[in-house]
Ligand binder design. Structure first.
Ligand code: PBG
Length: 333
């Protein structure tokens, strides 16, 4: 039955029917806020003007976590920035490293789910996500270190450890070691489908993890992160991570990879997270500052579209603001 019998606009004719028919309802509990906690600073410092991103001391981090709780955010993702870096990333698994201390404090003070990033790039002097030997990333040697990092987080109370280095076998190694040490209730959110993306560039100053570029085959992260033209590899990566024991699988970045989120949702029965990365955030933020784009509208639209593609939740730097917008609009959303 086509026009004039079918009139799709009947379904949009007033606000009530539009709300009744709403298929995607973004909620505060869909939002995870990432934080950077830095060793050796006394108070929070803006990473750069207009970025809206801070390096936190433990105290300033706790204040922001409290804000998250007040606004109805249920989870945070933690990144640590150490004072000392070396070739082996030793400071990533120190018992009293900065992120370990932060996890412990948050765990003891707030009811919020702690996701902790497990990677080497913020801790190695060369900025790569793995251990380098003979000019190459040594995948299997890196696994031992990633597992030590994950265990050091679990011991302090991380709810989910989140391996993000794209090493083969990282989920299996971490799952096995967590179980052996009695942490069978600590989950794994794996950055399974992580692309070698130019949208990460602002993050390099957030996390101080710019990789060295004069390393031959290691001039960037392309030997471990996926090429952005890949359609088949991300699905295979996700299915391997699920077999290895991932509880949650991530697609990263989000907006340029909605097709991957959607395909993963169709194929797999595990929760999917999406990471709205620094470049996506920065583009929208700068757009709102410098052009007529409305920050609230573009963020809520982009977050809703990531959810519509199939993400169960979204990691976004604008989580606190977005939660506030959702709270203000309680009656309309
Ligand atoms: C690396 C890592 C990256 C991000 C988080 N962890 C990517 C990279 O630097 O290659 C990017 C997140 C963002 O851009 O917001 N383990």
């Amino acid at each position: 039955m086509n026009f004039p019998n079918t009139r799709m606009r009947r379904l949009r004719k007033d606000e009530n029917i539009r709300k009744i028919l709403k298929e995607i309802n973004l909620q505060n509990s869909d939002l995870i806020k990432p934080f950077f906690v830095k060793e050796g600073i006394e108070e929070e410092k803006l990473v750069s003007e207009d970025s809206g991103i801070y390096h936190h001391s433990i105290d300033s981090l706790l204040e922001k976590v409290e804000k998250c709780v007040e606004e109805g955010i249920r989870g945070i993702l933690l990144f640590g920035i150490p004072e000392e870096k070396d070739k082996t990333g030793y400071s990533a698994y120190k018992e009293n490293g900065i992120v370990q201390k932060a996890i412990e404090k948050i765990k003891n003070n707030y009811k919020i789910t702690i996701f902790s990033d497990v990677c080497l790039c913020h801790y190695t002097s060369h900025g790569h996500c793995g251990i380098i030997s003979n000019g190459e990333i040594d995948n299997d040697e890196t696994l031992d270190v990633l597992s030590k990092i994950a265990l050091s987080h679990a011991k302090k109370g991380a709810d989910f450890v989140c391996p993000s280095s794209m090493m083969d076998g990282q989920v299996r190694k971490i799952r096995t070691d967590l179980d052996e040490e009695g942490f069978e209730n600590v989950g794994i959110m794996s950055y399974s489908s992580k692309f070698n993306s130019s949208f990460y560039s602002p993050f390099r100053s957030y996390a101080e993890n710019e990789p060295e570029t004069n390393n031959g085959n290691l001039e960037d992260r392309s030997t471990y992160q996926m090429d952005y033209s890949s359609k088949f590899q991300p699905i295979r990566e996700i299915s391997l991570d699920i077999e290895e024991g991932a509880d949650i699988t991530m697609v990263k970045p989000a907006l340029p990879y909605l097709d991957i989120i959607s395909k993963a949702k169709e194929k797999f029965n595990v929760p999917i997270s999406a990471y709205q990365v620094s470049g996506e955030y920065s583009m929208m933020k700068q757009g709102a500052i410098n052009t007529s784009l409305n920050e609230k509208e573009i963020f809520l639209e982009s977050l809703s579209s990531i959810k519509r593609a199939g993400a169960n939740f979204i990691i976004t730097y604008n989580a606190i603001k977005a939660a506030r917008w959702l709270n203000e609009n309680k009656n309309r959303f």
